[in-house]
Structures are given as structure tokens and as C-alpha cells.
Design a protein around this ligand. Structure first.
Ligand code: ADP
Length: 591
């Protein structure tokens, strides 16, 4: 974490440590100057000199205070943003390199949420702790120098107090470590519950189902109860340690005062010395205690940093892409004995899939829910890697290609696609809209999905933000959102296009138009379509029927009907939904 701060803003570390060092010296200087004030007032009664000292103290404190606030509120705040920005950007790239399968893993998810949420602040937190450490050391050294120069024997009391304190605090640090570890999972649950209220989709569900409100309240109460339970669990030991610390501190203070008062009454030390020693002892003891607090902070950081490093290592280890930049045109797809099993699932989602898809072929995949359709296309899209066997595209296993090159050639409209709170143009291109040509591409894609009229009528056109969260943007209906996701596919101009139930939210009319536009534009493209609708499959060159993770039938619509097996049964039972009014129009579009 420190190396992040050093790499991205060495000046931040230098300044904060420098300030902490200076702060240590200033607090010692304050004590010494006060000693002179008291002694001068007491011995010579020279008020002018006293005033001069007070003036010196005041001037020093004002100057230091001014320098400190200017530095921390302007220079350091800006540097903090710089560090946060760089760390976050680095994290974005790590996240993109992590295999998607880890998103199915609760353990990973926790680690991931933690890394993302805390990385930037944690780096600053570590810098802060190191700074406190340096500041403490400076203060302790300065105070010890004062005490030793004025009355070395007092150091004995301090050391005794510190030894007892060390004994108590050792247990205290352990206790705090246990509390940190135990509270982490509880806090994460709390964070999740809070976030559901802000999330738009969740908020809608919450309104639709008043009962869920009670569920949420109950779960949130359970979270706070668990947090309170932790307090109870550690209560006795917490009380023991804090009482121990407070008592030792009070006792050491009392003994020091008594000892110093005796020396003052015997005339061994002056009143100024007495006050300086007393202030030094009190401060020193307080500092010794807070030193242990710093130990606890370091431990807290280390727990987190270990998780963070594991997370980064995952990004390094699991990057499963290669270096090949060029995917041949007209690439054939081959599934060579491919099986796949999700982590944590004891059944295989796909078993021994053998499949050749010719360049330019239009392939439809059908099957009942859970048959493995989405899994098959996700493997082809490179979201997951096969557990056994391999998938070749253009004669080369997918994993040998560079990820960006592969994505340019193979594009997928996900069943659960996501639109972002970016502009419409950015959502279509999925990158910055830079040139006039980009704007043309967006327009063309929006025309293809029948959204252009609506978008062009907006004051900001394709630059309208797709959210009302930050600006006066636009909120699209479910069907319009799906159209936009399809426009994205249209604009990508990839040679292989995968559509996973792309028409579930579209009305029949929109569906006919849009899909026929897509197919026309994709005459040369290989299109693989997962669907539940009969009208979507009739255009296909070939249909494969999946069941239980296996291909059970292959053929054209007519061939499969004639076979009168699973496919025919699906049509018969209505598993594949027919919508015959629009069929002829679709065929016309394709032909
Ligand atoms: P389909 O698209 O045909 O409805 P899927 O490919 O989504 O089916 O799922 C195939 C099987 O894999 C199902 O049994 C499903 O429960 C399981 N499955 C899907 N996604 C996951 C996942 N992320 N983790 C574990 N099992 C999954």
C-alpha cells in the first residue's frame, strides 16, 4: 500500500511525514518555552521577557497551524485524489483480467467487494498510520530528551508504567485483532443491505412488494444485532483492558506528581521544571499508549492487505488469454468434445459437445430451461473456459487469442445485458464517441433497431445520458433497452454474433423488424441465437436441441419436425412459442 502511495505521489508521503516530524518538535518546543515563561515570571518577574516568550510561542503556533491547514486542505487533498484515481484505474484493469467464473464464488465476491471498496482509502490509511508512527517516535524522543535533561530519575516511573501498559496492551491488540476479523463479514452484509435501497431495480421491487420492506428491516436489524452481539461478546475483555490502561495511567501520573512535588519542595527542580516535567510525563504516557493503537491499525491494514494481494494475484494467475492478434476471416467454429462444470455445482452443465459451425452459418439453439444453452454460448464468447475439451475458432483455441482481438471478432448480446449510466452513444459503441464516423455508426445502429426517431428527438440526441441519477437523462422502457442492447451488437461489426434470447422484451412487431434487420446486416456473419421462440428459429440454417447439457438433435426446422422427436414435441407442447402472424414478414426480410 505504501508503495502505491510512493509510486503515485511521493510528495504526499514526504509532506505528511515531514509535518508529523515537525509536529513532534513543536509540541516539545511548546513545553520548553512554557518552562522558560514560568521560571522567568517566578525568578526575575521580568514581564517583558515573559511577554516575549509568549509572543514567540503564539507566533510559532500560528505559523505552524497555518502551514499545516494550507498543506492538508489544498496540497494533500489534491494528492489524495490523485492517489485514489491511480489506484482505482489500476484496479479496473485487474478486475477485467479476472475470470468471470469467480463471480459465482461467494468467497471471491467478498474479497472483491472489499478490495474495490477499500483500496484507495486503505492506501491513504496506511500512509496515515506510518505518519502517526513517525510523529509518535519524534514526540517520544523529544519528550524523553526533556525529561532526561531535567530529571532523569522520572524516566524510571515512565518505563515502569510503559512496561505494565505493554503487558496490558499486548492482550488488547490481540482482542482488537479478533474484533476486526469477526466484524468484517458482518459489515459487508450491512453494506449490501444499505446499497439495495439506492439500487433502482431493487427500489422498484421494494415498492412492488410491501412485504419485502419488513424482510429488509428484519435483515438490517439482524445485521445491527450481530454487530451489537460482537460488542457483547468482547465486552468483558474490552472493559478489563480499558480499566487496566486507565488505572495504570492514573497511578503512574499520581506517582510522578508526588515524586516531582517532593523534588520541587526540596528545591531540586524549579517550578518551570516541574510544569515541563509533568506535561512531558503525561504526554509521554499518552503517546506510549497510542503507540499500541498504531500497532492495532497496522494489524488491521495487514489483514486487509493480505486479502488485497490474494485478489491481485488472482488477476495475474487467471488471465487465460494469449497473444494471437489476428482471427482469420470466415472463421469456422469447432466445439471439440467440450464439457463444462460450474464451480460448486456437482452436475456438468455441458457434456461432450461436438459441434462445427460453418462461417456465415445461422445457428439456433433451443432447449428447455437449464438445458445448457446460455452456458454453451458463454463458453464461445470466452466468458468461461471449458473444463474439458476445447473450442477452436479459425482453427485456433480461443485462449490463444488476445482478449481484445477476440472480442472484436466475436460479440455477444447477453440475456441479462447491462446498460450503463453513460450516454446513449457510448452505450451503443461501448467506448468514447470520438468522430463523425462514430456518430454515423451509432445512428445506423439505432435506425436498425427502430430507436432513431426517439433518440434524435431528444435535445441532446445520442449524447443523452441513460440515467436520471446524475443529470436530466432518459429512462428507456424494457423493450427499448433491449433494442439498445441489440444496437450495440449491430454496431460492433464482428464476424461472429451471439444472441442469447435477444427478443424476450420485444413485442412481436419490433422483434420481426429488428431481427430481420440484424440478419440482413449479418448476411456474411456467423449468427448463433439462443431462443425460446419458434419464429426466431425458422430462419436458421440449422437448429440444435440441447437437453441435460447434451446435443440431442440437429437439423433444419423441417427435418426436425419430420423426425418427430424432442424438437417436434417442444413445438407441440408450446415450449417453442409460435407467432405465425409475423413469420412471413420475417422470412421476407431474410430472403
Ligand atoms: P439454459 O440457458 O439452457 O436455461 P444454463 O446454461 O443457464 O441453461 O444452465 C445450465 C445449468 O447450469 C443449469 O443447471 C444451471 O442451474 C447451471 N448454472 C448456470 N449458471 C450457473 C452458475 N453461475 N453457477 C452454477 N451453476 C450454474
Amino acid at each position: 500500500m505504501l508503495s502505491y502511495v510512493l509510486r503515485y505521489s511521493p510528495i504526499y508521503l514526504i509532506l505528511t511525514i515531514g509535518m508529523a516530524f515537525l509536529g513532534g518538535l513543536v509540541s516539545a518546543a511548546n513545553i520548553l518555552l512554557m518552562r522558560y515563561v514560568i521560571d522567568t515570571a517566578n525568578d526575575s518577574g521580568n514581564l517583558e521577557l515573559v511577554a516575549l516568550f509568549v509572543l514567540a510561542i503564539t507566533a510559532m503556533n500560528i505559523l505552524i497551524g497555518l502551514a499545516e491547514t494550507t498543506l492538508s486542505s489544498i496540497v494533500l487533498t489534491k494528492q489524495q485524489y490523485k492517489i485514489q484515481q491511480k489506484i482505482q484505474i489500476e484496479l479496473f484493469s485487474v478486475v477485467n483480467r479476472i475470470q468471470f467464473k469467480y463471480y459465482d464464488n461467494a468467497e471471491f465476491y467478498n474479497q472483491f467487494a472489499l478490495a474495490l471498496n477499500q483500496a484507495e482509502n486503505r492506501a491513504l490509511g496506511v500512509a496515515q498510520t506510518v505518519t502517526s508512527f513517525v510523529g509518535n517516535i519524534t514526540r517520544i524522543s523529544a519528550l524523553l530528551s526533556i525529561i532526561i535533561s531535567l530529571s532523569p530519575s522520572v524516566v524510571l516511573f515512565i518505563l515502569m508504567g510503559a512496561a505494565i501498559s505493554l503487558f496490558i496492551q499486548k492482550g488488547n491488540v490481540k482482542l482488537k485483532q479478533q474484533i476486526v476479523l469477526a466484524s468484517q463479514p458482518i459489515q459487508r452484509r450491512g453494506m449490501y443491505l444499505k446499497s439495495t435501497v439506492y439500487n433502482r431495480e431493487c427500489a422498484q421491487e421494494l415498492r412492488m412488494h410491501p412485504g419485502v420492506q419488513a424482510l429488509l428491516t428484519e435483515k438490517y436489524s439482524a445485521f445491527t444485532n450481530a454487530a451489537m452481539g460482537l460488542v457483547d461478546r468482547f465486552r468483558n475483555r474490552t472493559i478489563l483492558y480499558s480499566t487496566g490502561t486507565a488505572t495504570t495511567s492514573a497511578l503512574v501520573n499520581a506517582v510522578s506528581i508526588l515524586y516531582l512535588a517532593t523534588r520541587l519542595s526540596r528545591g531540586v527542580i524549579s517550578v518551570g521544571d516541574f510544569s515541563a516535567l509533568l506535561a512531558s510525563c503525561t504526554q509521554l504516557y499518552g503517546l506510549a499508549n497510542s503507540f499500541f493503537g498504531i500497532g492495532v491499525s497496522f494489524y488491521e491494514h495487514s489483514v486487509y492487505i493480505q486479502q488485497f494481494r490474494d485478489f491481485l494475484a488472482l488477476g495475474q494467475q487467471e488471465y487465460s488469454w494469449g497473444n494471437l492478434e489476428q482471427i482469420p476471416n470466415q472463421a469456422e467454429i469447432i466445439f471439440d468434445d467440450v464439457s463444462f462444470q460450474y464451480d460448486g455445482n456437482d452436475k456438468k452443465a455441458l457434456q461432450h459437445i461436438h459441434l462445427r459451425i460453418a462461417p456465415g452459418e445461422k445457428l439456433a439453439i433451443v432447449g428447455v430451461n437449464g438445458a445448457g444453452k446460455s452456458t454453451l454460448v458463454k463458453l464461445l464468447a470466452g466468458i468461461y473456459s471449458p473444463t474439458e475439451g476445447s473450442i477452436l475458432v479459425g482453427g485456433t483455441p480461443i485462449s490463444r487469442y488476445r482478449e481484445d482481438a477476440y472480442r472484436n471478432s466475436v460479440n455477444m448480446v447477453l440475456q441479462h445485458y447491462a446498460l450503463f449510466a453513460f450516454t446513449i452513444g457510448e452505450n451503443v459503441l461501448m467506448r468514447h464517441v470520438i468522430s463523425e464516423e462514430d456518430r454515423k455508426t451509432v445512428e445506423e445502429a439505432l435506425r436498425a433497431v427502430d430507436l432513431w426517431d426517439k433518440v434524435s428527438a431528444l435535445p441532446n440526441g445520442i449524447d443523452t445520458e441513460m440515467t436520471r441519477e446524475f443529470s436530466s437523462g432518459i429512462i428507456l422502457s424494457g423493450g427499448e433497452q433491449q433494442k439498445l442492447a441489440l444496437a450495440r451488437a449491430y454496431a460492433q461489426k464482428s464476424q461472429i454474433l451471439i444472441l442469447d434470447e435477444p427478443s424476450s422484451s420485444l413485442d412481436a412487431f419490433a422483434e420481426t423488424n429488428i431481427l430481420s434487420q440484424l440478419y440482413q446486416a449479418g448476411r456474411d456473419k456467423t449468427i448463433i441465437l439462443v431462443t425460446h421462440k419458434l419464429m426466431d428459429v425458422k430462419w436458421a440454417d440449422r437448429i440444435i436441441v440441447l437437453n441435460g447439457g447434451r446435443i440431442i438433435e440437429v437439423g433444419t426446422h423441417k427435418q426436425l419436425l419430420r423426425k418427430n422427436q424432442e424438437y417436434a414435441a417442444m413445438i407441440h407442447l408450446g415450449t417453442l412459442k409460435s407467432d405465425d402472424n409475423t413469420n412471413h414478414r420475417l422470412r421476407k426480410g431474410v430472403d
